[in-house]
Write a protein that binds this ligand. Structure first.
Ligand code: B12
Ligand code: SF4
Length: 464
């Protein structure tokens, strides 16, 4: 048991529709180790207080303007609530923030204020934006060189400058002013180490649990599902990481190793959610079918224990996805799958290191149709090696096979992500050209009656 008061926070702006997994997984793990910590979803709390117009803005991804101003907006529209909230946070001994690109600005600002209100409070930063900044500085981290009087910020900067790269940009302000410990990647181990020792190195990177077999799942103590806009839905994780190494992918950078939970534990979690009125199960795995055998066992387990449940997930084109398995997936209640196709051109697929070709993709899509499974594909246009001819081939593949591709779920121009290793070749499409290709594709999809998910069209393009 810790004698410290510990709080985990998710600041706005973030997707507000379901309880977030990050802080709640950390809480569940800490609880299982005998510690008592609180998890506050301030994103949801202030989303619920927002006006209808602001709520609409909240749902727009990459809404840079909102991301930069959200704290000001919250303070202006709900000053009393915000002041009380800040005061309550400052009363904790340690506060861990879950940091995404979309809440980075607000998180930094709150952390800075907390340090002013209570200089003794320890502040921890973890989450995907921290991982991105780690890779931005250097994908191969050098052990910090310690000398007396070194601050964590110096250690951090020194480690990166030793590699000749820039220190991560935590501007404005000095990092040490407001953050004591930075956790890159999976948080459970370093967080519990902090609870046990009341300290940590200034930077902990990729200290992963050896396996997730019986990883305690979030119980959302006392939290009513009704406070979320989708009260009948819950997010779940079967696995963390991805065994594939697609060049452009930022997901594969979040965890070093691919691990998954036991089927039994996942089924128990589903049973637990059913008692809370949850009907829709949304898997947040990077690649839900990375372990095809486990997927098979999951479907068998669902059918045996519940008959069927309503579920959706993101999968890859993968060998072993037999028609028998697809029919089982359907029988277990799957209502939608999101497939990372990315291109219909073999050269581009190879350059992306996707691990399959278009013939394999098409054969899987045809079997989806036979199994009556609903799905959509995601596409990237203007990948750095994609020539005009490659783009035409990719688009042609979608149009020719529209009877087997029910929906384009997501389409975006290629955007490089820190830490990924995309090779830019001579003659590569510029971002402007990529945007142009997206317009051409959208027009063609419309003309050919191909369905699209509007919210995911160009959703990685920064809105100013
Ligand atoms: C499902 C998902 C969505 C869903 C639902 C969002 C949701 N409610 O989570 C939807 C489709 C809506 C979505 C939308 C977007 N998403 Co999204 N999404 C995901 C995905 C696949 C899973 C999120 C999840 O539940 N993870 C599981 C939990 C357990 O992991 P976690 O939160 O990272 O927490 C762990 C660690 O990070 C760490 N940790 C986290 N916080 C803290 C705090 C402390 C103190 C410590 C010690 C540790 C720690 O420990 C936790 C447990 O191990 C992730 C990628 C991924 N595989 O995680 C992307 C991801 C979060 N999305 C991302 C992005 C960019 C977006 C979009 C902007 C665009 C898009 N099209 O994807 C929009 C933005 C929406 C919005 N307005 O906020 C990026 C964020 C990058 C960044 N630098 O912030 C990610 C990381 C994908 C990626 N690799 O680039 N997304
Ligand atoms: S299969 Fe998907 S999650 Fe895995 S590396 Fe490729 S793009 Fe990333």
């Amino acid at each position: 048991m810790s004698d410290q008061k510990i709080l985990l926070i998710l600041m706005p702006v973030f997707w507000p529709k379901m309880p977030p997994l990050g802080i709640n997984y950390l809480k569940a793990f800490a609880d299982s180790q005998g510690f008592s910590v609180q998890a506050w979803d301030l994103n949801n709390r202030f989303y619920n207080l927002a006006s209808q117009d602001l709520k609409k803005e909240w749902l727009i991804s990459c809404n840079t303007n909102l991301e930069e101003n959200i704290l000001k907006i919250v303070e202006t529209t709900h000053p009393k609530e915000w002041r009380a909230c800040l005061k309550a946070i400052a009363d904790y001994d340690a506060v861990g923030f879950s940091v995404f690109k979309s809440n980075f600005k607000a998180t930094q600002e709150v952390a800075r204020r907390l340090k002013r209100l209570n200089p003794r409070v320890k502040i921890l930063f973890g989450g995907p934006e921290i991982a991105r900044r780690y890779f931005k500085a250097d994908s191969k981290f050098n052990p910090p060189q310690k000398s007396p009087g070194f601050s964590p910020w110096d250690e951090w900067r020194c480690a990166f400058s030793a590699k000749g790269s820039e220190a991560p940009d935590f501007s404005p302000g000095n990092f040490t002013e407001f953050c004591d410990h930075v956790i890159v990647g999976e948080g459970e181990r370093p967080f519990v180490e902090y609870l046990k020792k009341k300290t940590l190195p200034s930077l902990c990177a990729f200290q992963e649990l050896p396996d997730l077999e019986n990883l305690p799942y979030p119980r959302f103590d006392g939290l009513k599902q009704a406070v979320y806009p989708r009260p009948d839905a819950a997010a779940l994780l079967f696995s963390r990481g991805c065994p594939r190494r697609c060049r452009f992918c930022s997901e594969r950078l979040l965890y070093h190793s691919f691990r998954r939970r036991s089927v039994e534990s996942l089924l128990d979690e589903i049973a637990f959610h059913k008692t809370r009125g949850v009907r829709y199960f949304v898997f947040h795995d990077s690649m839900f079918n990375a372990d095809v055998k486990a997927l098979n066992a999951f479907c068998d387990g669902v059918i045996k224990r519940f008959g069927s449940i309503l579920w959706e997930a993101q999968i890859g084109v993968q060998r072993g996805m037999s028609l028998t398995l697809l029919k089982k997936i359907k029988k277990s209640g799957c209502y939608n799958l999101f497939i990372g196709l990315e291109s219909g051109c073999d050269k581009t697929l190879k350059n992306m290191q996707k691990g399959f070709n278009k013939t394999e993709a098409l054969s899987l899509f045809k079997n989806f149709k036979k199994a009556d499974l609903n799905f959509g594909v995601s596409l990237i246009v203007g990948y750095p090696t994609e020539t005009k001819e490659d783009f035409a081939e990719s688009l042609g593949f979608i149009l020719k096979n529209k009877d087997f591709i029910p929906k384009v779920e997501q389409i975006n121009p290629f955007v490089p992500y820190d830490g990924t290793n995309v090779c830019v070749e001579k003659g590569a499409a510029s971002y402007q050209e990529a945007l142009g290709r997206m317009e051409v594709a959208l027009k063609a999809f419309k003309e050919h009656g191909i369905r699209m998910t509007n919210a995911f069209v160009g959703n990685l393009i920064e809105k100013k």
